[in-house]
Design a protein around this ligand. Structure first.
Ligand code: GTP
Ligand code: MG
Length: 197
């Protein structure tokens, strides 16, 4: 799958503001600062398409990017960010839950986790919620440039073991570094296969 055009379409504060067309959407979710916006920029080869920040909580709205004029990449706000106002501090905000539970155009959700960390409860809880609702998802291990290849693989193996304690089957797993521009093709090819179905 090649990306020949990537265009910002809109930012939505609520589900009803999201594009009304029926194009498929591939969305990116995960804890604040895990690298969702950076990954979208890497995949689209557009360094400034999605706003990136070293400060967690940068993406607060649902952002739609139209790809090749026919499907969307969707940048979602991060969850689990403590330094926001009380009303916004629910673990998974209403905006995120509305999108993942109700958005019929969403074909697949990429759940990003930091490859440096041991499995975090908030991510495992989020994946359980996806499982309960039958939402198709995969896991993207981000920031793989931060550790040695061996350490990254050992962390991913630990993650798989943890998942297998509660899941019978593992979801698709991807490894990325937006910094080193690694892991682009497997994700784009996966999307390409979905769209060809
Ligand atoms: P929120 O919108 O706040 O939820 O964050 P986000 O998940 O969109 O993260 P974002 O892409 O804004 O990146 C957060 C920080 O991590 C930035 O300082 C990025 O430069 C850095 N970062 C993202 N991806 C990578 C990566 O693959 N490697 C390294 N070394 N840094 C990364
Ligand atoms: Mg972001």
């Amino acid at each position: 799958m090649n990306i020949t055009s990537a265009v910002f379409r809109c930012s939505s504060q609520k589900l009803s503001q999201c594009p009304a067309d029926n194009r498929w959407e591939f969305a990116f979710i995960g804890r604040s600062n895990v690298g969702k916006s950076s990954l979208i920029n890497m995949l689209t080869d557009s360094p400034a398409l999605a706003k990136v920040s070293a400060t967690p909580g940068k993406t607060r709205l649902i952002n739609h990017f139209l790809i090749n004029g026919c499907w969307y990449l969707v940048d979602l706000p991060g969850y689990g960010y403590a330094r926001v106002s009380k009303g916004q501090r629910k673990e998974f905000s209403k905006l995120i839950l509305d999108y993942i539970l109700k958005r019929e155009q969403m074909y697949f959700l990429f759940v990003l986790v930091d490859s440096r960390l041991e499995p975090q409860k908030i991510d495992l809880d989020f994946m359980s919620l996806l499982g309960e609702h039958g939402i198709p998802f995969g896991i993207v291990f981000t920031k793989c440039d931060k550790l040695s290849a061996n350490q990254t693989e050992s962390n991913i193996a630990r993650y798989r073991r943890t998942l297998l304690e509660s899941w019978e089957e593992l979801p698709p797993i991807f490894r990325t570094s937006s910094e080193k521009r690694q892991g682009r093709e497997p994700i784009l090819d996966f999307i390409g296969t979905c769209l060809a179905d």
